[in-house]
Write a protein that binds this ligand. Sequence first.
Ligand SMILES: [Zn+2]
Length: 214
Amino acid sequence: MTALLVFLTGYTIRAVVITVGYHRGLAHGALRLHPALRRFVVIFGNWITGLDPKGWSVMHRRHHAFSDTESDPHSPANVGLWGIVFEQLRSYEMILRGLARKDPEYTRFATDLDFELNWLNRHGLWWLPYALHVVCGLVLALTWDPWVGLAWTLGILSHPLQGGAVNALGHSIGGDHRLREPDPRGVGGFASLSDRALNASSCPVDRRSTPGSG
Ligand SMILES: [Zn+2]
C-alpha cells in the first residue's frame, strides 16, 4: 500500500509538470502560468521529468502541426504501434540538436519560448535527472523498503512509456486525421480521448505558435 502511494506521488508530480507546465502552459499557452511558476517549470522541469521543456514543447507543436504525416515526430502511421517509444526518443534528440544549431525548421516552432535549452542539455548532462531519480529510489530501497524505492523510480520516470502508449494506441486506433475535418482541439477520434486521458482535459492548440498547422 505504501509503495502504491509512493508510486502515485511520483507519477502525479511528473504528470502535473508535463501536462500543466509543459503541455498546457508552455506548448499551447492554454493557461497563463504565474511568472515564478513558469520560471520554476523552465529551470527545474527537466530535473523532474528528464525532458527538456523547450525540446518537448517544440516536439509537441510539431506533433499537432503534422499529425500522422511523415513529419509527425511520433506517429504509429510511420513506425507502427511498437516502434513509437523509440521514435519519440529519436525525434526528441533530433529536435534538441536542431534547436541547438538554431535550425529554422525547429526554431520557428519556438519563437515565443523565450528561454534556452535547459542547462542539462547544453552541457551534455541529459542523463543526470534519470540518475538522480534512480539514486533516490536506491536510497528509499535501502533505508525504507525495496518496493518503495522501485515505486518512486517507476512513478517519477513513467512519462516515456506512458506517452508512447498514449500516442501509439491513440493514433493507431484513432485512424487517419488527414481524412477528417480539423478538430478545434487539434486532435481527433480516439486520439482526442487518449490525449485528454493523458492531459486530464481537452487539448486546445494555440495556432499562433504552430506555424505548420492549419
Ligand atoms: Zn497538445
